[in-house]
Structures are given as structure tokens and as C-alpha cells.
Design a binder for this molecule. Structure first.
Ligand SMILES: [Zn+2]
Length: 430
């Protein structure tokens, strides 16, 4: 007797008509035609069943604060940072917790069940850290939250950041962050990368730095990050977030850089929504896209996860909590339009970030946690195109969110009575 049986699902790898049996919060079996009884049965009817979405890059201490204390008029990264600096001293722990919990409700409704969030440690009061540590505990039953100690105002540029970052790690923050391109000088940036990698090595922690989030082709801290990763033996535990300067770098230099990153076992975490919005602001025409070189990183075997970065905050007035929006933007911005490309970008919001975060028991194999999402789409390419309803969101074998299928009723003479958006892919193309 199983607790839950999902019948007739399509899986991200293309297998169809799969039954998934769940017992005691774990996946017991994945195979066609399971006949054993179950307390609850869900008919997937050929829809796509995926492990949960994972957001490898987010700022939960700032989310849902759009308009506080005012809007970002220039739309730039730098005004966003200044604006956050105005808001930060007014934050209370209760307000941070309340906004984060509300965001997590939205995340779960979209099938997003794991988030790596950077937490600003520039203000030594560490209200943000205190708040998000509480949130991490409160959401644990339904969402895995990983915290990065992030010196938003610069590890050396902000006088209190060095001590505050240490204290945040002592309090239980999981990952070491950084922002070398925002330090006062290139040399300070380089030194910050070295110091932060040393801290991570000494404490046995992972590293995830905002790195070279600029259009300046000479912002090359990613090279230092790769070198320090090797030096401190941090291979496989370091991620570079954004890496947008790579868009503008000289091709010859990039041909040296990519193998260095691969050698260091580094992961890359581009954030297509926010970087399409922020980069190229000083350009006239042509205007650079500013997104890092995703196809080239992938060709080098470097793991690429796509992050959301921001939802309704000083940097980004958009965002929905839906990682499929992120993948959708990536398809366009990188021109990765084939079915195989879309599969890769689907992995970049599911399995790859799960590996970068080091999530235990993630996946759809027997023995994994019974965490999964049933989408109103037939395959991964359709999921990205449609960003469809999450019919069922399942955590540890229990349905924790559900949305009825989208179906519009039509009243048109001589035409069908309704439209199901998931039934429109021409057969020749699938
Ligand atoms: Zn960020």
C-alpha cells in the first residue's frame, strides 16, 4: 500500500506514461503500470512531472520592498544599491520575516521549493540575518532556504562588513558571498576574493560571489575567483553569480578564462531577467545585452544555473517567483531556441541548481524525497514556452499547493467550445 500514486506522467528526460509511487515521504518506484493500491491517486494524464524548481540566486531580505522608501528612477544597479542603503536602517526583523514568508507562499505556488538567498551583512545590526535565519527555520517544512553572507556595500569598502560577515557565519549563515567589482579598486576586489575564499576554506563552507556584474570588460575578478578556488582546494564548491562583464570581454581572453573556470570546478549563475534590465545602461546603440556567455560556459562543461535575483525590490520592479519566466528570458537572450537547448535551460532551473546548493535527496529516482511538481504542459520545451499552471505541488508526498488547469471557454459560432493552451504544439514539432 503506497501513500500516493501518480499515474501516467511524462518526465523531464522524455519518458512517458510513468507511474510514481510514494511511501513515507520518499519515492518508492518509478515505472509504467504500477498496480499496487495507494491511499491517494493523481492522474497526470500525460502532463510533465518534474522535481521542484530551485532558485540559485535570490535576495529575500529585499523582496517585496518595491517603492520603499521610493522608486529607482535611473533603473541602474548603482541606484538600486543606494536605494537599498536608504531602506536598510529602517528595517525591522518582523517586517523582513513577514515579507519573506509572503514571498515563500508565492514561491511554493509556483513549484519553487529551494532558494539560495544572499543576505546583506553590511549593517552590523544584522537585522536581515536574524530575520532570514528565522525564516529558514519556519519554511523548512516546505522550502529549503540556503543563506549567503553578502557584503552588499563591499567587504573592504564598508568598514563594518568584515566583522559582520564573520558574525553572520557564526550565527549559522551557510555560504560565503562577496562583491569584488564594487570594492574601491581592482586591487581591493582581488584581495576581497582571496580573503573570502580563505574564510570559506577555513570554515568548510561553499562560496557564491556576485562577480563582475558590470559591462566593464576589464572587470576580471572571475579569473581571481577561479585561481583562489584551486589554491584553497574549493573545487566544486564555488559559484560565480552574474559574470556579466564576460559579455563584453575580448574573445581571446575568454578563451583562456573558460578552461580556468572549468579546471576550478566552478559553477556559473546568470540572472537573465535582472541583467537584461540592468546591463547596457551606459550604451547608446547598439546596446549590449550584458548577459554572460551561457552557451560557451555550457560548451566548456561548466554547470550553469539560472537565478531570479529579484522580485519587486529596489533593483527590479518585475518578477513572479516563477523560474520558468527566468528560463523563458534565457531562451530569448541567449538565442537557445532548439528543443535540446530548452531541455538544458530547464535543467538550469531544476537539477543543476539543486547540485550547486548540495540538496540531499533531490530528483525523481527511487529513494529521493517525494518533492515534485505537475505542470499543465507536455514536455520541458512546452513548460518554458507556456509557463503553465502548477496543477499539483507535492512536498514529501503531500500536496501542498494546487491550481486547476487553465481552460478558456469560447463562444464563437462554428468554433470549438474552449481552448487548452497546452494542446497547441504542432505534432510535427514534438
Ligand atoms: Zn544578486
Amino acid at each position: 500500500m503506497f501513500d500516493l500514486l501518480i499515474r501516467g506522467a511524462t518526465l523531464p528526460d522524455g519518458r512517458t506514461n510513468q507511474d510514481i509511487a510514494i511511501r513515507d515521504g520518499r519515492i518508492a518506484e518509478v515505472t509504467p503500470g504500477i498496480t499496487a493500491e495507494a491511499r491517494e491517486v493523481i492522474e497526470a494524464a500525460g502532463h510533465l512531472l518534474t522535481p521542484p524548481f530551485v532558485d540559485a540566486h535570490f535576495h529575500m531580505d529585499a523582496t517585496l520592498s518595491l517603492g520603499l522608501p521610493r522608486m529607482n528612477v535611473s533603473g541602474t544597479l548603482l541606484e538600486g544599491i543606494a536605494l537599498w542603503g536608504e531602506l536598510r536602517p529602517t528595517l525591522t526583523c518582523e517586517a523582513v520575516v513577514e515579507r519573506a514568508l509572503r514571498y515563500c507562499d508565492l514561491a511554493v505556488s509556483k513549484g519553487l521549493m529551494a532558494v539560495r538567498t544572499h543576505v546583506d551583512v553590511s549593517d552590523p545590526a544584522l537585522v536581515t540575518v536574524e530575520g532570514l535565519l528565522e525564516v529558514r527555520e519556519r519554511v523548512a517544512p516546505y522550502l529549503d532556504l540556503q543563506l549567503v553572507a553578502f557584503p552588499q556595500d563591499g567587504f573592504y569598502r564598508c568598514r563594518e562588513a568584515e566583522a559582520a560577515l564573520s558574525r553572520a557565519l557564526d550565527m549559522g549563515v551557510d555560504v560565503v558571498g562577496g562583491i569584488p567589482h564594487f570594492e574601491r579598486t581592482m586591487e581591493d576586489g582581488r584581495a576581497s576574493v582571496e580573503a573570502l575564499c580563505r574564510i570559506a576554506a577555513e570554515r568548510g563552507l561553499r562560496v557564491d560571489m556576485h562577480c563582475d556584474e558590470t559591462d566593464d570588460p576589464l572587470s576580471r575578478h572571475v579569473e581571481t575567483l577561479a585561481a583562489q578556488t584551486v589554491r584553497f582546494g574549493l573545487q566544486g564548491r564555488v559559484a560565480g553569480s552574474h559574470l556579466t562583464s564576460m559579455h563584453s570581454m575580448d574573445n581571446y581572453y575568454v578563451s583562456k578564462l573558460l578552461p580556468l573556470m572549468a579546471e576550478a570546478g566552478m559553477a556559473a549563475i546568470p540572472n537573465p531577467l535582472i541583467n537584461m534590465m540592468l546591463q547596457g545602461r551606459h550604451d547608446s546603440y547598439p546596446k549590449r545585452r550584458g548577459l554572460t556567455r551561457i552557451p560557451e560556459l555550457l560548451a566548456q562543461g561548466i554547470p550553469v544555473a539560472l537565478g531570479q535575483d529579484c522580485v519587486l525590490d529596489p533593483w527590479y520592479s518585475m518578477g513572479t517567483g516563477d523560474l520558468l519566466d527566468v528560463a523563458h528570458m534565457a531562451v530569448h537572450a541567449t538565442q537557445m531556441g532548439s528543443a535540446a537547448d530548452k531541455r538544458v535551460l530547464f535543467d538550469a532551473v531544476t537539477t543543476v541548481p539543486a547540485r550547486i546548493l548540495g540538496l540531499e535527496g533531490y530528483g525523481l529516482e527511487p529513494g529521493c524525497h517525494a518533492d515534485m511538481v505537475l505542470l499543465q504542459a507536455r514536455d520541458t520545451a512546452e513548460a518554458i514556452r507556456l509557463r503553465p499552471n502548477r496543477l499539483k505541488v507535492i512536498r514529501r508526498g503531500k500536496v501542498i499547493a494546487e491550481t486547476p488547469p487553465e481552460r478558456t471557454r469560447l463562444s464563437l459560432e462554428g468554433r470549438p467550445g474552449g481552448v487548452d493552451p497546452a494542446e497547441y504544439m504542432p505534432r510535427a514539432a514534438s
